[in-house]
Design a protein around this ligand. Structure first.
Ligand SMILES: CC(=O)SCCNC(=O)CCNC(=O)[C@H](O)C(C)(C)COP(=O)(O)OP(=O)(O)OC[C@H]1O[C@@H](n2cnc3c(N)ncnc32)[C@H](O)[C@@H]1OP(=O)(O)O
Ligand SMILES: O=C([O-])CC(=O)C(=O)O
Length: 420
């Protein structure tokens, strides 16, 4: 990879990739091509491709726990890190490797215990990730004076350690926040995602399959989204993977990003209560307008890059049609899909009126009994670690520079382009 990057820099370093407008600087850098992200690429029309593969392709090509089942997320971790599709034997070996690293340092649970059980699960999650930072092999190697060409190796070790420990961490948060607080030991015979469901207290095959799919599709969404970019930015200062991931997770906790899955459920519950048995288009449309008129967004709809229905939404919809076609909340979600895009388009300002991944994920979890929506973003975060930490390993391998874009003031703009 290093040699290739070196050649790309030497041959194309001075080429121009696009222009920067004032709107880009003022509008969240939308569309600005300014970072390297190898693990996935987002197309506004077709959605995400993980190392070139679409979600339906991965559902066919990645090893599964059972015949015609959902992909094992260890497979996507392998793919994101190496660019190659793993065999079943390789995925099984990675499962065993993660399982061997899964035990939590004892103080992580004590840190969680110091927080009130009502602390938001995302707050607990980032605190726990920071508590694990004591174990960082990269931080220790850096302190001991490691040569920079070798940084990727302990970053990779931290990546595997962190990914291995996140399901037990998240499950502990779930159990203390919403259940009896008793920790459920991992089952060494289970895969990474199956074990996550098991440690949360869901032993049935349906929940495990959903967890495998959920963990696969939420893993990566190129580099510019808030959680990926925050992880990348902090990692570029050579902060270790635990510090970097915690930064990303604090970004994921925002309602315009990962927390939208929680907000969707809260909103669906309000809509469901208001509607009663009346699933008429008129009544639903009235409720959508009332949310918009009160100055709030419709959670789960819109996207900064996508301009079509998110393929992650479509894949979850297909899962629902297969496993829970008659579930009333799924019917409501389907009805909203018919109505919301037209209303958002009519506002004349929403660039993408179609649903994103978060519009669908919560309803599937509800069906399997995971009804505590405040926990949903933690599940998203466990999955997102696969992508952002894979890229962090690659970023250190190719020696990407510390991020430091240039900012300007409004006076600077007026001096350059004219006083307004
Ligand atoms: C995993 C993920 O992070 S997927 C995204 C999850 N977030 C959500 O679902 C929250 C709801 N959606 C949104 O807030 C937005 O669509 C975002 C944050 C995802 C994208 O934001 P942007 O790229 O700025 O969207 P866009 O360019 O279309 O915004 C233009 C206007 O439409 C509004 N808009 C966009 N989406 C929506 C929506 N779902 N409901 C109401 N208004 C919306 C914006 O708030 C903005 O209004 P303003 O000009 O008054 O400030
Ligand atoms: O790409 C984005 O901006 C948000 C998103 O869907 C994700 O991070 O999964």
């Amino acid at each position: 990879m290093r040699e290739r990057m070196h050649k790309i820099k030497a041959s194309h370093g001075d080429k121009i990739m696009g222009e920067v407008t004032v709107n880009m600087a003022l509008g969240g850098m939308r569309g600005l091509k300014s970072m390297l992200w190898e693990t996935s690429l987002l197309d506004s029309e077709n959605g995400i491709r993980f190392r070139g593969y679409t979600i339906p392709e991965l559902q066919k090509k990645l090893p599964t726990a059972k015949p015609n089942g959902e992909p094992l997320p260890e497979g996507i971790l392998w793919l994101l890190l190496t660019g190659e599709l793993p065999s079943k034997a390789q995925v099984d070996s990675l499962s065993a490797e993660l399982s061997s690293r899964a035990e939590l340092p004892e103080h992580v649970l004590r840190v969680l215990d110091a927080l009130p059980a009502k602390a938001h699960p995302m707050t607990q999650f980032t605190c726990a990730i920071m508590a694990m930072q004591t174990e960082s092999k990269f931080a220790a190697a850096y302190l001991s004076g490691m040569h920079k060409s070798e940084y990727w190796d302990p970053v990779f070790e931290d990546t595997l350690d962190c990914v291995a420990k996140l399901p037990a961490t998240a499950a502990a948060i779930y159990r203390r926040s919403f259940k009896d607080g008793k920790i459920i030991s991992p089952d060494p015979a289970l895969d990474w995602a199956g074990n996550f469901a098991h440690m949360m207290g869901y032993g049935d095959e349906g929940t495990k399959e959903l967890m495998r799919l959920y963990m696969t599709i939420h893993s990566d969404h190129e580099g510019g989204n808030v959680s990926a970019h925050a992880t990348h930015l902090v990692g570029s200062a050579l902060s270790d993977p635990f510090c970097s991931l915690a930064a990303g997770m604090n970004g994921l906790a925002g309602p315009l990003h990962g927390l939208a899955n929680q907000e969707v459920l809260k909103w669906l519950n309000i809509v469901e209560n208001e509607l009663g048995d009346d699933l008429s288009s008129e009544k639903i449309s009235e409720l959508v307008h009332s949310t918009l008129n009160s100055g709030r967004v419709i959670p789960g709809y819109g996207h900064a890059v996508l301009r079509k229905t998110d393929p992650r939404y479509t894949c979850q919809r297909e899962f629902a049609m297969k496993h829970l076609p008659d579930y009333p909340k799924f019917k409501l979600v389907s009805k909203l899909y018919e109505i919301v895009p037209t209303i958002l388009s009519e506002t004349g300002k929403v660039r993408n009126p179609w649903p994103n991944v978060d519009a669908h994920s919560g309803v599937l979890l509800q069906y399997y009994g995971i009804t505590e929506e405040n926990f949903y973003t933690v599940m998203f975060g466990v999955s997102r670690a696969l992508g952002v930490l894979s890229q962090l390993t690659l970023s250190r391998a190719i020696g990407l520079a510390i991020e430091r874009p240039k900012s300007i003031t409004s006076e600077w703009l007026e001096e350059k382009f004219g006083k307004v």
